[in-house]
Design a protein around this ligand. Structure first.
Ligand code: CMP
Length: 140
């Protein structure tokens, strides 16, 4: 089915100037950009977005990293978009990510891991709503 998923290009990849290279991977693999914006997240933005991880030991470092510079936030749309985006990203830890994936090619560490992608339809819905009110996402 055609799905939507939330993708974030994290501060490390924005700083490396590879937004276009990452967009190109989405587009050449059947994912359309249905909404997009660059934003320097506030601490409250990042804590709210990652609220499910609040009790995890890595939460503080994760939030500190996500507010260390601007991020590029997009809604990706396409057939099986959630799974497809996760395949394109590779494993959360870049050291474990398969060759040719975004994280293997552009990421340095489990925190500075270049991209985020929703992990399931329910989280995609919540995450898209968090950054894009309904009117800001386009059908095409
Ligand atoms: P992301 O997909 O953005 O979701 C939560 C983030 O926490 C994850 O990518 C990693 O960048 C970061 N993180 C840091 N340590 C861990 C860990 N041990 N397990 C999972 N995620 C981690």
């Amino acid at each position: 089915a055609v799905e939507r998923t939330l993708s974030i290009i994290k501060p490390d990849a924005v700083a490396k100037n590879v937004i276009g290279k990452i967009y190109s991977r989405f587009e050449s693999n059947g994912l359309k950009i249905a909404a997009a914006k660059m934003k320097h997240l506030s601490r409250a933005d990042a804590e709210g977005f990652y609220a499910v991880h609040r009790e995890r030991p890595f939460f503080k470092d994760l939030v500190d990293f996500m507010i260390s510079g601007p991020v590029m936030i997009q809604v990706l749309e396409g057939e099986n978009a959630i799974t497809k985006n996760r395949e394109l990203m590779g494993a959360t830890d870049p050291k474990k990510a398969e060759k040719g994936t975004i994280r293997a090619d552009f990421a340095e560490s489990i925190d500075a891991n270049a991209v985020h992608g929703s992990d399931a339809p329910e989280t995609a819905k919540v995450e898209i709503g968090y950054f894009f009110p309904g009117m800001e996402v386009y059908n095409r």
